[in-house]
Design a protein around this ligand. Structure first.
Ligand SMILES: Nc1ncnc2c1ncn2[C@@H]1O[C@H](COP(=O)(O)OP(=O)(O)OP(=O)(O)O)[C@@H](O)[C@H]1O
Ligand SMILES: *[C@@H]1O[C@H](CO)[C@@H](O)[C@H](O)[C@H]1NC(C)=O
Ligand SMILES: *[C@@H]1O[C@H](CO)[C@@H](O)[C@H](O)[C@H]1NC(C)=O
Ligand SMILES: *[C@@H]1O[C@H](CO)[C@@H](O)[C@H](O)[C@H]1NC(C)=O
Ligand SMILES: *[C@@H]1O[C@H](CO)[C@@H](O)[C@H](O)[C@H]1NC(C)=O
Length: 523
């Protein structure tokens, strides 16, 4: 009995702490900013002034019709993609440089110690392991990526370092392979709150690179031209490596920058996974197929069946490399169930599917009742609708930024399954709430113009990936069609409720107190 009471007390304290952190602190801070008169403002004036509205088609075509060359470059050069944010204050950055370097130096030392141990142990039993020295460099592209994360986005616009990071993930020597934390957490146990989700299909690996950077590898499971079979439920659908790559490019084209950088890579399953792993369990799932290809299984939750394996040809395998976010111990994140979560059973329906005024309820609920959170969810719904990803059951945020931070769009491998079908229910947050950020809408409208057509800029962007063509033409065309459907949904809302209610100016503070922003600073 005493223990129960103790637990209850602890629970209360935790709730209280969370409340103080997320609710009280931002309010106090906002109040302080106001009362001190000065502007410690980080943000843009309540009404962001856009350099220029999307010009009319006519003027655009007369300007650009003769111009050839890169549409993508032109897009990124557009004033809408050049809205400057004010200088970031230190607490708007995710990580502090000194502390991070110290953290990674310790990790490198530990890794080296472990490696020495393994090599010695192997030598004792007459196996020679390849020496894989770490080449840790404080200027490494993955480190600069980590240091650049702030409360608005994962990386800045036109950041050369991101191109460097993509290049490094694609070419750097792999010095270690292991299961990801998620896979390890699944070990044997079934998370039964997620009913029938057979995660046994998942095949993802954490690959460590020579510069101590880390990438999540998802192997190719499906040919690019194949469509998801009609009878598949969304939650047993394959994960597609090309969807992971294309989603990163789409996210950047939309200027969200909420997806960690992803690049395609041909992996030698034998030399770069089997020979670099120190994980016995991972070694044990490798086998040679009748065609003499090297294959490996997914971590098997239930039964290992060879259908669930992937194979190299004979040892080369395509896959996506997604840059790891900073470890959870240096940059904690929380995972929050989406209010528009789907039922993960065969027959179940969630409330949002049957109640057309579901959004009114959500709007009253913290944290959707204030700030940008609901608008961020709607951005995410638009992104998922464009890719056709039905599997966004949770979203993640960095704890440090609380409610005012960006939403991370992780795990996009279930997109781009069907090009011939648009799943309108993914757009429910937009169609039910009838709200959208002005900045998002302006960019979507821009991408409808022939001069910046979404499929064209995507084709061009994806053409830089080593595994090009990443998407088939049919998938690229589906993007244009879906974009038009998004715009039409917004128009319907505007017709019903008026533009003022539907198109919302960005950057509203949660408290509503700090909306008076310093505009001059942002120019
Ligand atoms: N790019 C990404 N896409 C999807 N998930 C990611 C990505 N980067 C990291 N994660 C997830 O974040 C978690 C990272 O966990 P964790 O912090 O344990 O990584 P780590 O670097 O191995 O940890 P540590 O630094 O504590 O050793 C993993 O569960 C991983 O799946
Ligand atoms: C193991 O090492 C010993 C000593 O070097 C050597 O004689 C022997 O051939 C090795 N065995 C195998 C199986 O390689
Ligand atoms: C893959 O790696 C293995 C082991 O290092 C090597 O023998 C093989 O030649 C490699 N295959 C290719 C295509 O590079
Ligand atoms: C696979 O390799 C074995 C041994 O090297 C060989 O005997 C066999 O013919 C090969 N099979 C195929 C399908 O190439
Ligand atoms: C912010 O925008 C409003 C409305 O356009 C304007 O009246 C106000 O002066 C601006 N504030 C600053 C600090 O520029």
């Amino acid at each position: 009995m005493k223990r129960d009471r103790f637990l209850l007390a602890i629970t209360f304290i935790v709730i209280l702490t969370v409340d103080v952190y997320f609710v009280l602190l931002p309010r106090l801070r906002a109040w302080y900013d106001l009362s001190s008169g000065g502007c410690n403002c980080h943000g843009v004036n309540g009404s962001v002034r856009y350099p220029e509205q999307v010009p009319h088609k006519k003027t655009l075509s007369s300007n650009f019709v003769s111009q050839k060359g890169s549409k993508l470059k032109r897009l990124f050069g557009h004033p809408l993609y050049n809205i400057h944010l004010p200088e970031l204050s230190p607490d708007e950055r995710l990580l502090e440089e000194e502390a991070l370097m110290e953290y990674y130096r310790r990790k490198v030392t530990r890794w080296q110690r472990q490696q020495k141990f393994y090599v010695e142990a192997a030598a004792a039993s007459n196996i020679s392991l390849p020496e894989q020295p770490v080449n840790f460099n404080t200027d490494a592209s993955w480190l600069r990526f980590h240091l650049g994360i702030n409360r608005y986005s994962l990386y800045p616009r036109d950041d050369e370092n991101i191109d460097q990071l993509l290049h490094d993930m694609q070419s750097a020597t792999i010095i270690g392979a292991d299961y990801t934390q998620d896979e390890k957490a699944l070990k044997g146990a079934c998370d039964c709150s997620q009913v029938v989700k057979p995660s046994g299909h998942h095949l993802k690996l954490a690959l460590k690179l020579q510069d101590f950077g880390k990438a999540m590898f998802k192997p190719m499971r499906q040919e690019r031209h194949e469509e998801t079979p009609e009878d598949f439920f969304y939650f047993v659908d394959f994960q597609r490596h090309n969807a992971e790559i294309a989603s990163f490019h789409l996210d950047r084209v939309l200027d969200f920058r909420r997806v960690p950088p992803v690049v395609g890579r041909l992996i030698n399953v034998t030399g770069e996974v089997l020979y670099t792993t120190y994980n016995e369990e991972l070694r044990s799932v490798f086998f040679t197929s009748p065609a003499n290809n090297t294959c490996f299984f997914a971590k098997c939750l239930y039964v290992c069946k060879t259908e669930y394996a992937v194979c190299g040809h004979p040892d080369l395998l395509e896959g996506s490399m997604s840059a790891y976010l900073p470890g959870l111990s240096v940059a904690p994140r929380i995972s929050i169930p989406s209010p528009w979560i789907r039922s993960y059973t065969f027959t179940g329906k969630e409330e949002w599917e049957v109640n057309p005024s579901y959004c009114d309820t959500i709007k009253k609920l913290y944290p959707y009742s204030s700030g940008n959170r609901l608008l961020n969810i709607i951005d995410m719904a638009i992104f998922d609708f464009l890719t056709g990803n039905m599997d966004r059951h949770h979203y993640e945020i960095f704890t440090k930024f609380g409610d005012e931070g960006l939403l991370l769009h992780l795990d996009n491998a279930r997109g781009f399954g069907k090009h011939s079908y648009d799943e309108m229910s993914i757009l429910a947050p937009l169609t039910q709430c009838c709200m959208i950020k002005r900045s998002t809408l302006l960019r979507l409208q821009l991408l409808m113009q022939p001069e910046y057509r979404l499929s064209d800029v995507m084709r061009e962007s994806l053409d830089r990936d080593p595994l090009r063509p990443v998407l088939t033409e049919l998938h690229l065309q589906a993007l244009d069609r879906r974009l038009e459907r998004v715009i039409r949904s917004v128009s319907r809302c505007v017709k019903k409720l008026g533009e003022a209610k539907v198109v919302v100016t960005d950057f509203i503070e949660a408290s509503g107190a700090a909306t008076e922003r310093n505009h001059k600073k942002s120019r």
